[in-house]
Design a binder for this molecule. Structure first.
Ligand code: ATP
Ligand code: FE
Length: 334
């Protein structure tokens, strides 16, 4: 089967074409416009999606070498995300499915981040069920027990900020541009992770909390800058390394706990923050503890449509589709 997938939940307009579980094309158009505002501006995001969607879909079909008429189904991200952004992808997908008279398949954005591991890439091994998916992104920080392609249970989640926000907001305090996560990652490489000890916030059970961390970084920086105005410039690498080190510590504490509680030792990370090199190498190191670990290829970590396509493929195989009455769902639960 050939499935076309559209992802437009936040600020990236993305389209992919899959042949079964193989990705033929994976096109992403970002939106630089938000950089100068230090975050995504919803109104500007939906407008940019409007102008990107047609060329992005055309490009994906062209790169795949597929004509619209050859497609077997159209899939799209139904939610969660920004209403105005989701509407663009949802409406476009519906019109396309209607015009081509082929099945329409909705996908949960976070299922996409999780099922990205099942994209066929260079015969890499795929996680076996059941496994623990740890979704770390700009809007989520969750530990999910995955028993099947369509059966997922959230067993831990953040009570406030997502880990991606912790990276981005800390970076903003340091004067780094948006999104700051990738820059902190880069700067941390030549810094001392133990130079500045930041607190590890408490949260019950398998849940997370990051808002206290961000505040601690803010107060610490304000205090030090008062004493020494060029504190940030002088210590940027060490500050970034220390921030990253603490966020990794917070993240893995609860993953370890989840493994003890469930007895499941297969861990697959997903979402934009799983691009982080510190998190990737830390996860690798746990192989020595008998964990099976899975890290998605770099291009499938941040928002992309291939992950929506692979999720749709498994729904398509199960004979699932939705009707034209389907609407965008900004706050849909897992
Ligand atoms: P969600 O998937 O929860 O709806 P989103 O789609 O906005 O949120 P993603 O695109 O999956 O989020 O991830 C974006 C986040 O990933 C940003 O917070 C960004 O800073 C972070 N990020 C990307 N690369 C890195 C990196 N190398 N290190 C740390 N964080 C990173
Ligand atoms: Fe995402």
């Amino acid at each position: 089967s050939y499935i076309l997938a559209i992802e437009s939940s936040c600020d990236d307009t993305a389209c992919a074409v899959l042949k079964n579980d193989e990705v033929l094309s994976n096109v992403v158009a970002g939106q630089e416009i938000h950089e100068k505002y230090g975050g995504v501006v919803p109104e500007l995001a939906s407008r940019a999606h409007q102008s990107h969607i047609v060329p992005v879909v055309d490009q994906a079909l062209k790169e795949a070498g597929i004509k619209k008429e050859e497609l077997s189904a159209i899939s799209f991200t139904r939610g969660p995300g920004l209403m105005g952004s989701l509407l663009v992808g949802t409406s476009f997908a519906k019109s396309l499915a209607l015009a081509l008279d082929i099945p329409l398949i909705d996908v949960h954005h976070m299922h996409g981040h999780i099922l990205a591991h099942f994209i066929d890439s260079n015969d890499q091994p795929k996680p076996e069920f059941p496994f623990l998916a740890v979704t770390i992104s700009g809007g989520h920080t969750q530990i999910v027990k995955v028993t099947d392609f369509h059966e997922m249970e959230v067993i831990g989640t953040t009570q406030d900020d997502a880990i991606g926000e912790a990276f981005d907001k800390s970076g903003k305090i340091l004067g780094l541009g948006y999104p700051a996560g990738p820059q902190i990652d880069k700067l941390a490489k030549s810094g001392d992770p133990l130079k500045f000890p930041f607190p590890v916030p408490k949260a019950p059970e398998l849940n997370y909390s990051f808002s206290g961390f961000k505040t601690a970084v803010l107060y610490f920086i304000q205090r030090e800058v008062k004493k020494q105005p060029d504190f940030i410039e002088k210590n940027l690498n060490d500050i970034c390394a220390s921030i990253q080190h603490t966020l990794i510590k917070i993240l893995f504490q609860k993953i370890e706990k989840a493994i003890l509680q469930t007895g499941i030792k297969t861990v697959a990370i997903g979402g934009g923050v799983s691009a982080n090199s510190g998190i990737r190498s830390k996860l690798h190191s746990y192989k020595n503890h008998g964990w099976s670990v899975f890290i998605p290829p770099f291009e499938y970590t941040t928002d992309n449509a291939a992950m929506i396509g692979i999720s749709a493929y498994y729904k398509f195989k199960a004979g699932y589709s939705v009707g034209m009455e389907t609407t965008a769902a900004p706050r849909i639960q897992m």
